[in-house]
Design a protein around this ligand. Structure first.
Ligand SMILES: Nc1nc2c(ncn2[C@@H]2O[C@H](COP(=O)(O)OP(=O)(O)OP(=O)(O)O)[C@@H](O)[C@H]2O)c(=O)[nH]1
Length: 338
């Protein structure tokens, strides 16, 4: 029997890991063998730490995005999972800048094709930021395309963080999502909270559409969309630029290992003051005079800090953005030690 695969996608900080944690809690009550496959940009693994303790194997592909730079590793990783763990379900969380079409491309690798059954692409959208992201990146067309593809090719959409959006904004985002993907059901959520049985019974829209219309022509998602041409594949394998814009020309990441505790207020101010071209910052930190470790999350103007008790992760900060002034950011961060 082939393993059921669920692909969780959505832009940086939209609520994918939050959803994954809920799904794992839900799946703990069932007998299924579940494996999580995730990747993060940068060499440091922040989300993986949040997924320890559920009792399911978590396989990580770090430092690169599944969809391009380590697509081969994804295939190898999946082969390895199938062989050694024989899972019933595989949950894949992509980085926030992954194009789902490229990931689907990797999943349909000839060696995996009949061993994996992609049940659905589930996309989490940050209701409070979608409109802005959609317009802000007009100059970086590959990123806009990715953000739109995350919606366009979804079989189910979570319109998350509705607590942070006004009714008017919510309505506009919903309208935009329907324009991009008229068929996918939309669930409006807070903390990615939805009926998980419903989520797990997601069906590929392409399949449904095919059933309804019974003509291959009518299938909205063609497997060739987003594929590199043979020449581009060759160029990519040689490390040359391809005609397709690569996100990695623009999106970058770096990390900082904390050498000790920092000043709580200064650090919070530092997070709020991060420039707009830092799209995401996250990690674990310790404050002066406190024993506990703090998990911090920053997305645009949102900052979350909460005590974290799991498994003693490393104290580290990871930054993801475009054209970031790494030196300045690190200098500002170092001021927080005093
Ligand atoms: N206010 C609010 N915060 C939320 C909601 N959902 C998630 N968050 C918070 O948003 C932050 C980012 O959530 P994650 O689940 O880590 O997002 P992600 O998509 O996995 O992030 P990346 O892995 O960096 O792409 C966390 O601090 C969450 O607690 C929501 O509905 N409302």
């Amino acid at each position: 029997m082939s393993a059921h695969v669920y692909l969780l996608t959505g832009y940086l900080g939209s609520g994918k890991t939050t959803l994954l944690q809920k799904l794992l809690t839900h799946l703990q009550q069932q007998d299924d063998k579940v494996v999580v496959l995730m990747n993060e940009m940068g060499e440091e693994d922040i989300d993986g730490e949040q997924l320890q303790g559920f009792g399911f194997p978590v396989k990580k592909l770090l430092d690169g995005c599944i969809c391009c730079s380590i697509q081969g590793e994804l295939t190898e990783g999946l082969k390895d999972i199938l062989q050694s763990l024989g899972p019933d379900r595989i949950l894949i969380e992509t980085t926030g800048v992954a194009d789902p079409i490229e990931v689907v491309d990797a999943l349909t690798h000839p060696e995996l094709y009949d061993r994996l059954d992609l049940r659905g692409i589930i996309s989490v959208v940050d209701a409070s930021r979608f409109l802005e992201l959609n317009s802000r990146f007009s100059s970086t067309s590959s990123l806009v395309k990715t953000i739109r593809n995350q919606v366009k090719y979804a079989d189910l959409l979570l319109l998350n963080k509705m607590d942070l959006a006004t009714a008017d904004v919510l309505q506009k985002v919903e309208q935009k999502l329907k324009e991009l993907n008229p068929l996918a059901p939309i669930h409006t959520t807070i903390q990615s909270d939805m009926d998980l049985n419903r989520l797990l019974s997601v069906e590929r829209l392409a399949k449904q559409y095919k059933k309804d219309n019974d003509t291959a022509k009518a299938v909205p998602v063609q497997k060739t969309i987003g594929r590199l041409s043979p020449m581009d594949k060759l160029k990519q394998s040689l490390g040359l630029r391809t005609s397709q814009p690569s996100l990695y020309n623009s999106i970058d990441s770096f990390s900082h290992q904390f050498t000790g505790p920092v000043h709580a207020e200064k650090f919070e101010d530092f997070l709020y003051a991060l420039p707009k071209n830092v799209y995401r910052a996250k990690g674990y930190v310790q404050f002066h005079g406190k024993q506990e470790l703090i998990s911090f999350q920053h997305t645009d103007n949102q900052v979350h800090l909460f005590p974290f008790e799991n498994f003693g992760p490393k104290m580290v900060a990871v930054f993801i953005g475009e054209g970031m002034d790494q030196e300045k950011i690190l200098n500002d961060l170092k001021d927080c030690y005093m």
